[in-house]
Each structure stands twice: as structure tokens, then as C-alpha cells.
Design a protein around this ligand. Structure first.
Ligand code: GLN
Length: 248
């Protein structure tokens, strides 16, 4: 046996971007690695810290209010080149809601267009009303439907070559119009799905872990875990939403 595998996870601004328990995503990534004998080093980046992406495997950014997003965006613009190099090199980046919106070229905050990180060809403007409620999405990155909760004023528009994370089965997604939800670009997964996302959707967690292992160690088979409870919870929510859909 070779030496123990290990991944380094960078959690960006947990104190500012942690809506609806988004930090729970980090716990899930860590546990699902540890259960498979992969060690996981988590580095939390706080305001004033300069994040290091050179030896990172997974970066994660959660959602937040416009005010918090603004603060984080200013910090991240300072390291835009490093973050962009990480993404272009196949680094894994998970971004939820406010964090997802920052991946694009711009984000409309009130009347002001705020410059984004331009990591993915997308932009976000606003609409009324806010898009709020439970959501289910069919995505190629998860064997189960992706379920969770969304609450955003922003409407995200993908550039021509950008693949959505999936198709909306229930709820609103990127803009409430196209039926598209989130984005996939290289090893970036952007989504409006809070919940938190990964406890409810172990398939998405394993997608992120598998991509990170592949990048660092070459192709690896992910050992299956006993997800009986997670999958039962996922199914309850999916069935409930499909039932509501049928009654509409
Ligand atoms: N502030 C953003 C919006 O309202 C994102 C909110 C969120 O992260 N839930 O669109």
C-alpha cells in the first residue's frame, strides 16, 4: 500500500457566507473522505487572510446576503489570478448561491453592477420577486435528484458554452425561466441549492471528492458508503415535491 491519501480543502469566509447551514457542506466532505481513509485538512479563510490555492484540492464558498457577498468579493478579487489558475488547472470549486453568483463576470447589486471573479462565463442580474422555496434538480453529477432550498433575488445567465448543473424538476433555478440550474465548468460546480447541499445530496459530495482525487492521484474508484439514511431523506423530499408538482 502506498502512503495515505490526503486532500486539502479551503473554506472561504465561513463566518460571512454561511446561509442555511452552508458550512455543513464542509463537514460532509471531511467525513466522507475520512470514512474512506482519506485524510482531509481544512483551512478556513477569514477576512484579512490571504487564501492559498497552489496546493489546494477543493475550494468551497457558501451563500450570503448582498452585503456579505460584497465584502467577500473585494477580498477574492485580490487573489483572482491564483483562483483562476486553480480553476483552469482542474481544481475543484464548489460554490453555493451568493458564492455561485461571484463566479461570474458581474452581479447586479441594487442599481450597481459589481465586478465578479470571471471564473465562469456567466453573469447575474436581478428580478422580482425573490425566488424562494424547495428545489429539485436532475443533474448528471448525482445519481439521485439534487434536492434543497433556494432563496435569491439574483437571476443568473450562463454563457453559450457553459453547461448547467442540471434541469429544474421543481422550483426556479438560475432564473426561473430557462429550467436550468447552476453551472458546471471544468471541476467547478455552482448552484443555488442550499440545504445544506451536500448532506442532502451525497452524490454531489462524492462527485467533488472524486474529481479532487483524480486530479491529485489519477483515476480512483470511490469506495461506496452506507447512505441508507441520506438517500431516504433525499427521497422523502423528492417525492414530496413531485407530489406538489402533480397537483399544480
Ligand atoms: N444575495 C444573493 C441574492 O439574493 C444570494 C442570496 C443567497 O446566498 N441565498 O440573490
Amino acid at each position: 500500500m502506498g502512503s495515505k491519501r490526503s486532500l486539502r480543502l479551503v473554506h472561504l469566509y465561513p463566518e460571512l457566507l454561511n446561509l442555511y447551514g452552508d458550512s455543513g457542506n464542509i463537514l460532509v466532505l471531511r467525513r466522507r473522505m475520512e470514512w474512506r481513509g482519506i485524510s482531509c485538512e481544512v483551512e478556513e479563510v477569514h477576512t484579512g487572510d490571504r487564501p492559498r490555492f497552489t496546493d489546494a484540492d477543493i475550494a468551497f464558498i457558501g451563500g450570503g446576503s448582498d452585503r456579505e457577498q460584497r465584502i467577500v468579493c473585494d477580498y477574492l478579487l485580490e487573489v483572482q489570478h491564483e483562483l483562476s489558475a486553480f480553476v483552469e488547472d482542474g481544481g475543484v470549486l464548489g460554490a453555493v448561491c451568493g458564492g455561485y453568483q461571484l463566479l461570474g463576470h458581474s452581479y447586479l447589486m441594487g442599481d450597481e453592477e459589481v465586478r465578479g471573479l470571471s471564473l465562469v462565463d456567466l453573469y447575474t442580474d436581478r428580478g422580482s420577486p425573490r425566488l424562494i422555496g424547495n428545489i429539485a434538480v436532475k443533474s448528471r453529477i448525482s445519481p439521485q435528484p439534487v434536492v434543497g432550498y433556494e432563496n435569491h433575488g439574483g437571476r443568473t445567465h450562463l454563457g453559450p458554452g457553459v453547461e448547467p448543473m442540471g434541469r429544474v424538476l421543481y422550483g426556479f433555478g438560475n432564473d426561473g425561466q430557462t429550467g436550468e440550474e447552476g453551472c458546471l465548468y471544468k471541476n467547478v460546480v455552482g448552484t443555488y441549492v442550499h440545504g445544506p447541499l451536500l448532506p442532502k445530496n451525497p452524490g454531489v459530495a462524492d462527485h467533488l471528492i472524486a474529481r479532487a482525487l483524480e486530479r491529485r492521484y489519477g483515476v480512483v474508484e470511490l469506495e461506496p458508503l452506507d447512505d441508507t439514511e441520506e438517500l431516504a431523506a433525499n427521497k422523502v423530499m423528492y417525492d414530496r415535491l413531485m407530489e406538489k408538482q402533480a397537483k399544480k
